[in-house]
Design a protein around this ligand. Sequence first.
Ligand code: ADP
Ligand code: MG
Length: 327
Amino acid sequence: MKGDLSHRRSLENTALSRLTSRVTLIDDRPNTSLAGLPDRSHDRAVRPGSEPVQSHGCRVDLDQVQKTFIDARGQSHIAVRPISLTFDSGSFNCIIGPSGCGKSTLLRIIAGLDSPTSGHVTLTGTGASHESHHPPGSAKQDGTSPGRASRLSYVFQDAHLLPWRSSIGNVEIPLELAGVARSERRDRAFEALRSVGLADAARRYPRELSGGMRMRVSLARAIVNDPELLLLDEPFAALDEITRQNLDESLRSLWASRGITVIFVTHSIAEATYLGERMIVLSPRPARVVLDRTIELPSNRPANIRSTPAFAHETGEAFNALSRGDS
Ligand code: ADP
Ligand code: MG
């Protein structure tokens, strides 16, 4: 019995360390170069049907970011051509492109999970104490400093929940790694679950949840430590259409209430159009930007906005850019 428990604890420690490398936390070491004072001109978060929310999302600058992979035979393959982009503080950005074009590579580089072959990424926080430069490969993947918000969270297509932990137990993980006290962690995890509509499922285990609910737990875990940047890599791609639309609506209201910067990768034109304020369309590999467009839809987006002419116009623009690709 005792052997079982220690075996489980060892499995959990292994899983936690793997998970930490997925839910990436950027450090803000004082010796990294400063990216300047907070620039409030980027705090433009105006939220659906409410007063503007003060953004606490960070700004992301990509400067000539390029990535080349070398295969087993020593041949080089360019995955991402030099890309320069700025993602404003508190903005909701969607990146869309054909399969294999380099979307995940770009997102991983932004997270610091991978380093660019050339160019660099700068994350500039909005809190005075959060100004930091994020040079290639500087992401910290082994935990976070106790007592401070982590800079970014990363959500994958798979929810990556620990099966032996309840929903709330899974959501608590980033706080546990950050050394937050047990009672505070419970409260914050419950609040995060409530904000994704899962307050009633806090004690349920992953096997008792639907695919959509598991993804909601994953979202709650991503926001529980109050990140400044939320990176999502096709998180709802495996869900059925209606569940996916519901999740999209929840994600938009999370963004609306928190002023966080979001970069969302998808291959669905309709999903990108519904979610984003800005749509970036990439060409087939090696990725380059073929469309960078403000989505001209009201910030208040009820579900039936998807059947309006304005929505169809936006999806048409993206479709044309995707079809043109590099030609
Ligand atoms: P997407 O997310 O748009 O489907 P990826 O960013 O995953 O595309 O991949 C872009 C290209 O880079 C693909 O051709 C893929 O095979 C290649 N690639 C991705 N990761 C690696 C890697 N670690 N080693 C070698 N090639 C890779
Ligand atoms: Mg991908």
